[in-house]
Ligand binder design. Structure first.
Ligand code: RIB
Length: 305
C-alpha cells in the first residue's frame, strides 16, 4: 500500500510585503525567502511526513542548476525522488509569491519542466500498489488526465486539488476524480458562484458532485470547510485556531494530510479533521515545503482540539 503524488516542483521566491503591489508601484519588501515549493512537491512532503505508508513523488525538474538544488531539497526533506525525471530542454519550475501583512498570498507560476510531460503522462508503474493518488493542475491537463486514469486502473482513490483552476477542460478532469478539494475561489471558478457562507459552500459542493466526484470538499481557509458526497452525506468543519503568519502551502498540507489519513483507513470525518489540522499548522510557519508540519504536531493539535 502506498500514496503517489503526481505534480509540480518549483523554486519559490517569496517576498513579504505590507500591502499587495498595485500596478505601476515600486515598493520595498519586508522579507525574502527562497525555497522548495510547487503544489506537487508540497503535497509530497506533507504525505511523506504524515503518512504511515511509502509515498512516491512523480515530478519533473529542468536540466538547470535549479533542478539539482530542487532535487537536493526534496531529498533533504525525506521525499522519495526515484520518480523525479529531468526534462533536458527545459528550465525548472518557478513561483513568484507575495505574502502580505494579513498573511494572504498571490502566486505566479512559471511552469517550465512541470509542463513538459507527454500527453500520456507518467508510466502506469508509478501507480502500482497505490491506495491514494494526489493530483493538482500545475502539470499539463492531458498528462494529468492520463495519470489519473492510470491511478484509477490501479485501484487508487483519486484526489484532485483543482489548483490553479483552468479556463477550459475542467469537466474532463472532474470526471476522473473521486475527491476534489477546491478552495473558495476555485469552487467559484468551477461553479460560477462564489460561496460566501457555509450553506452556500455546501450548495456548491453538492452541485459539483453531480459533475463526477464522489466527494467535494470546499476549503474556506480561516472559516473551515464544507463537504458533500454523492451518497447524500454532507457537513461542515470549524477551523483549528492557530496564529497564522503565512498561508502558502496550507492547502497543500491539507491535501497531503487527507491522502495520508485516507490511506490509513480513517473515515471521512476523521480524515477531514486530520487534514484541517495539517493545513492550519502550515500557516504558522513561513515558506512552502518547509512549512509542512510533521505527524506529531498534527496529532497533538487534534488532541488539543
Ligand atoms: O500552493 C503553494 C504553491 O503554489 C507554492 O509552493 C508555489 O510553488 C505554487 O506552486
Amino acid at each position: 500500500m502506498s500514496i503517489t503524488v503526481f505534480g509540480s516542483v518549483n523554486l519559490d521566491l517569496t517576498v513579504s510585503v505590507d500591502l499587495m503591489p498595485e500596478p505601476g508601484v515600486t515598493s520595498h519588501a519586508t522579507g525574502f525567502l527562497k525555497g522548495l515549493g510547487g503544489k506537487g512537491a508540497n503535497q509530497a512532503v506533507a504525505a511523506t511526513r504524515l503518512a504511515r505508508c511509502p509515498v512516491r513523488f512523480v515530478a519533473a525538474i529542468g536540466a538547470d542548476a535549479f533542478g539539482a538544488s530542487l532535487r537536493a531539497s526534496l531529498e533533504g526533506l525525506g521525499v522519495d525522488t526515484d520518480h523525479l525525471v529531468t526534462m533536458p530542454d527545459h528550465d525548472s519550475g518557478m513561483a513568484l509569491i507575495h505574502v502580505d501583512a494579513t498573511s494572504q498570498n498571490t502566486i505566479t507560476v512559471v511552469g517550465g519542466a512541470n509542463m513538459a510531460w507527454p500527453a500520456d503522462g507518467p508510466d502506469a508503474e508509478c501507480f502500482e500498489g497505490c491506495k491514494v493518488a494526489l493530483f493538482q493542475l500545475e502539470t499539463p491537463q492531458n498528462a494529468t488526465i492520463a495519470a489519473m486514469r492510470k491511478a484509477r486502473a490501479a485501484g487508487a482513490t483519486v484526489i484532485l486539488d483543482p489548483a490553479p483552476i483552468a479556463a477550459t477542460g475542467m469537466d474532463a478532469l472532474l470526471a476522473e476524480a473521486d475527491i476534489i478539494t477546491p478552495n473558495e475561489t476555485e469552487a467559484a471558478g468551477l461553479s460560477g458562484k462564489m460561496p460566501a457562507t457555509f450553506d452556500e459552500a455546501l450548495d456548491v459542493a453538492r452541485s459539483l458532485c453531480a459533475r463526477g466526484p464522489q466527494t467535494v470538499i470546499v476549503k474556506l481557509g480561516a472559516k473551515g470547510l464544507a463537504y458533500a458526497c454523492k451518497d447524500g452525506r454532507s457537513g461542515k468543519l470549524e477551523p483549528f485556531k492557530v496564529n497564522a503568519i503565512d498561508t502558502v502551502a496550507a492547502g497543500d498540507s491539507f491535501n497531503g494530510g487527507l491522502a495520508a489519513a485516507l490511506a490509513e483507513g480513517m473515515e471521512l470525518d476523521a480524515a477531514l479533521r486530520f487534514a484541517s489540522a495539517a493545513g492550519a499548522l502550515a500557516t504558522t510557519r513561513k515558506g512552502a515545503s518547509e512549512a509542512v508540519p510533521d505527524r506529531a504536531d498534527v496529532d497533538a493539535l487534534i488532541l488539543k482540539g
